[in-house]
Design a protein around this ligand. Structure first.
Ligand code: ARG
Ligand code: ZN
Length: 883
């Protein structure tokens, strides 16, 4: 905000009020032209009998609209009856029941914000969540207003042969003069954020799905011509999601048609508009040549996510935006479980926890920490966060863990029975789970209101005479902005006890009969709590918080225990975790030694343990790939009180080189054994083989003087048949200063210049290089003809890849990385505030850097805050980050 203006208004959960009016039906008509669009809206409305003010004026939301007509019950409204300001249309003296006709002019071609109605590649599309609909017409743009929609679209027939909206098509008419009209009707009342419209020159791939009650659903995925060859995987994922949701949740699809449209300019991943999901191309299109296995998996999970929203989000929506996690946390949990069923379940869990730790833990420990149900916001778009999504999913998972799958399902059934067709709250959800399960979740509710990551310290003792083993757990959560004092949480504690051979023992609480051997879920509910276990012949080895049963940080455990679990734990997540924790301790020791100018070498025992995993025939290849990778630089940074940027990078690379050197021949053998040239598929087995082969390659690629290894990397970069393999080899070359590097990158560019999603990878790759001069290379890339800030995928590929994926250069001691990021934020502020605010977030993470870096980051935040005409989005993140 410029100094002269007041900061933008804060919206608070505590201020929620029922709406004074309700909208029963809305009839929209769009006239789409090359110079703009006319929107006419007929609202069938009445006063809300549930509110206290029977004379309240009607205050409709609207921004960037030109009002050209307004009529009440068919009569033009006199100028004394309404007022218009920058954000509202206010109408006074209204009767109890009425219709309002509103005409507005909008400029989709000029709309660079990618909210409301805009154009992408010459096609029209919409993004209305959270508050985009108010950029289309005046409306009660809040999620607790549920209305029936009909939508009529008129446009040029040759330029826009495909005209789509929510629900079912009811009519298409040739209007003559080269124009045509389509009419759509959505029988399900919905909030405005689920409205969608698409008009364009698109091709459809069609399929169908028969529901369990025998209804045939037409499925259509629309893309630009040429891209239609890359939707098989999305279509398969869609059908699998529809079947899974019937089996696991009893949810059947409710319209006769389900459509997905791929759009190349999109701020987020995808959007669950009723019957008409709109997707970022990056999350629909996938082919062996252009997409990695990781991309294939993301497509599958996001297709599922948006489809699952039809019940958790659309049929039951949110009362207000503070309840966002009601639909997002729940739907992420659902898509994670779906992906776990479709692929390797342990690797899915590892991937999800890695992600939580990489993006949510830093948020929870930083300046914009907030509970999964925030209490206030300035701009709601800033709250589509890892906390609301990923931690929100962990909270649902904890309920699932505490009450078990059968009672969880009963809770879901009750939630739907009570709230189908309504706008609900997080409290409604927890109450349904509580009532259906008979489990007291009173204390558990604190997860919804308390921010921060709990830290847990565990101590154990063994009483040989009594055969009793005891664990004492202490939990604490550090202060977060606005929440200095924290209370104990209800934490599910999944525990295994192992004997000396690594076999699971029964986890028998003192005074109980012996349960079966295996994992037991206990409840930690106090700040400090002791658990006593009986019936043990010898001191067991504990496997704590199996499967990551709660989103917590566990204090470092003894190394011999970690080494034992890394070799033996029957819980695959905890086996992986033990290796990561052990590696973290070793690497941080290395960082400290380096700082003190001492010698350090990666523990030979640890290297040997990695070697044993590499060719263990009992293990899944994908799991081995995960378990033999060292923790990432950001994760290591998150474990330090003052982050040593260069030290972490140097020590981690030295450790990787030590592994590669010691295990060179075994790595080469693993590479060869998993280098499969059979027909391509993305089955868990095939993906696992590629992952393990490329894990081996990433180590081998560090052996600079090893001609055989280097030849392998170059051959794979030039000749591999899948993007997974090509990119794995390029990722090695990215960090190697060899003559072939430039040519390989250039060849890659030349080959893929017409595939935007592949060119995004080309930019991201260079932005994440550890080579000296990377920031200069990135600056030069901003002037590359293929670079544009206007395409969010492209902007993120270069800028966020640096800020989130390249700590060494983003946090360069001279502050140049910070200045570069601030430049880009300011360049985007006006055109696309939502994206500008999102890429800015890493600048706020200055708290655990050294004083020099702190000052440099703060200086850039100040520079942003001093800029004129700051958007609300950027203002909120910058101001909170500076505080
Ligand atoms: N509801 C969408 C999802 O599936 C995300 C939409 C986010 N939109 C936004 N403007 N923040 O998660
Ligand atoms: Zn979602």
């Amino acid at each position: 905000m410029p100094d002269s203006s007041t900061p933008p208004r804060t919206i608070r959960l505590a201020d929620y009020r029922l709406p004074d009016f309700l909208i029963d039906a809305v009839d929209l008509a769009f006239d789409l032209r090359e110079d703009g669009a006319t929107v006419t809206s007929r609202l069938t409305m009445r006063r809300n009998p549930a509110t206290s003010d029977p004379a309240a004026p009607l205050v409709l939301d609207g921004q960037d609209l030109k009002l050209t007509g307004i009529a009440l019950d068919g009569e033009a409204l006199g100028a004394n009856r309404y007022t218009v300001d920058a954000e509202h249309l206010t109408v006074t003296d209204l009767p109890g029941v009425f219709t309002l006709d509103i005409t507005t002019e909008i400029a989709p071609q000029q709309n660079t914000t990618m909210q409301g109605l805009y154009t992408s590649g010459g096609n029209f599309c919409t993004q209305c969540e959270a508050e985009g609909f108010r950029h289309i017409t005046y409306y009660l743009d809040r999620p607790d207003i549920l209305a029936r929609y009909t939508t009529t679209i008129v446009a040029d027939k040759a330029k826009y042969p495909v005209l789509l909206s929510n629900g079912n098509p009811v009519e298409t008419t040739d209007l003559g003069g080269g124009r045509h009209r389509a009419k759509w009707e959505d029988p399900f009342p919905k909030p405005s954020y689920l409205f969608a419209l698409v008009a364009g020159d698109l091709v459809a791939v069609e399929d169908s799905f028969t529901t369990r009650s025998g209804r045939d659903i037409a499925l259509k995925i629309f893309t630009r011509r040429g891209d239609h060859t890359k939707v098989d995987h999305a279509m398969r994922a869609l059908k699998a999601s529809m079947a899974w949701d019937e089996q696991v949740y009893g949810f059947e699809y409710d319209l006769d048609l389900f459509m997905i449209v791929a759009v190349s300019d999109f701020n987020m991943g995808a959007m669950e508009n009723k019957g008409l999901n709109i997707f970022n191309t990056a999350l629909v299109l996938a082919s062996r040549e252009t997409a990695t296995d990781g991309d294939f998996q993301r497509v599958e999970s996001v297709v599922a996510h948006e489809y699952f929203h039809n019940w958790t989000g659309n049929r039951i929506t949110c009362r207000d935006w503070f309840q966002l996690s009601l639909k997002e946390g729940l739907t992420v949990f659902r898509d994670q479980e779906f992906s776990g069923d479709m692929n390797s379940r342990p690797v899915q869990r590892i991937t999800d926890v890695r992600r939580l730790r990489a993006i949510q833990f830093p948020e929870d420990g930083g300046p914009i920490a907030h509970p999964i149900r925030p209490e206030s916001y300035i701009e709601i778009n800033n709250f589509y966060t890892p906390t609301v999504y990923e931690k929100g999913a962990e909270v649902i998972r904890m309920i699932h863990t505490l009450i078990g799958p059968e009672r969880y399902r009963k809770g879901m059934d009750l939630y739907v029975a009570r709230h189908d067709g309504q706008a609900a709250t997080c409290e409604n959800f927890v109450a349904a789970m509580e009532d259906a399960s008979g489990t007291d979740l009173k204390l558990f509710r604190r997860w919804y209101s308390q921010a921060g990551t709990p830290e847990i310290v565990v101590e154990d003792s063994w009483d040989d005479a009594a055969g009793r083993y005891s664990l004492t757990l202490r939990q604490s959560t550090g202060p977060t902005p606005g929440q200095p004092d924290k209370q104990p949480l209800h934490i599910p504690f999944a525990l295994g006890l192992l004997d000396a051979q690594g076999r699971d023992l029964p986890v028998r609480l003192a005074g109980e009969a012996a349960p079966a051997a295996g994992t037991r879920v206990l409840s930690l509910t106090a700040a400090e709590q002791r658990f006593d276990f009986d019936g043990l012949a010898a001191r067991p080895v504990p496997s704590l918080f199996r499967g990551f049963s709660a989103p917590i940080k566990l204090a470092p455990q003894p190394r011999d225990r970690l080494a034992f679990l890394f070799a033996h734990d029957s819980d695959p997540f905890n086996r992986w975790e033990a290796g990561q924790q052990l590696a973290t301790q070793l690497l941080l020791e290395g960082v400290a030694a380096r700082k003190a100018g001492q010698d350090w070498r990666l523990d030979a025992e640890f290297v040997a343990a990695i070697g044993r995993l590499l060719d263990d025939p009992a293990l899944d290849a994908a799991f081995i790939a995960e378990a033999t990778a060292l923790p990432g630089e950001s994760f290591l940074a998150d474990q330090m009180r003052v982050i040593d940027v260069e030290g972490i990078h140097a020590v981690r690379e030295a450790a990787r080189l030590a592994v590669a050197t010691a295990l060179r021949d075994r790595l080469l053998a693993v590479y060869r054994a998993n280098d499969d040239h059979g027909p391509f598929d993305v089955s868990a087995a095939a993906v696992g083989k590629r992952a393990l082969k490329n894990a081996a390659l990433s180590y081998l690629g560090l052996l600079r003087d090893d001609a055989e290894a280097t030849a392998l990397v170059l051959a794979q970069a030039r000749g591999a048949q899948t993007m997974t393999d090509v990119l794995a080899a390029l990722t090695v070359l990215r960090d190697r200063d060899i003559p072939e590097r430039a040519q390989v990158l250039q060849d890659f560019y030349d080959r893929w210049q017409d595939e935007p999603l592949v060119i995004d990878k080309w930019f991201a790759l260079q932005a994440t290089s550890s080579l000296p001069g990377t920031l200069d290379a990135i600056r030069a890339l901003t002037r590359h003809p293929a670079f544009t800030l206007r395409n969010p995928n492209r902007a993120r590929a270069l800028i966020s890849s640096l800020a989130m994926g390249n700590p060494l250069h983003f946090h360069a001691a001279d502050g140049a990385g910070y200045a570069f990021l601030a430049d880009q934020v300011l360049a985007l502020n006006a055109a696309n505030p939502q994206l500008a605010a999102r890429i800015l977030v890493p600048l706020g993470r200055w708290q655990r850097h050294d004083p020099g870096r702190q000052a440099a980051m703060q200086a850039q935040l100040d520079r942003i805050l001093a800029a004129p005409d700051l958007s609300r989005d950027v203002y909120e993140i910058a101001a909170k980050s500076r505080a």
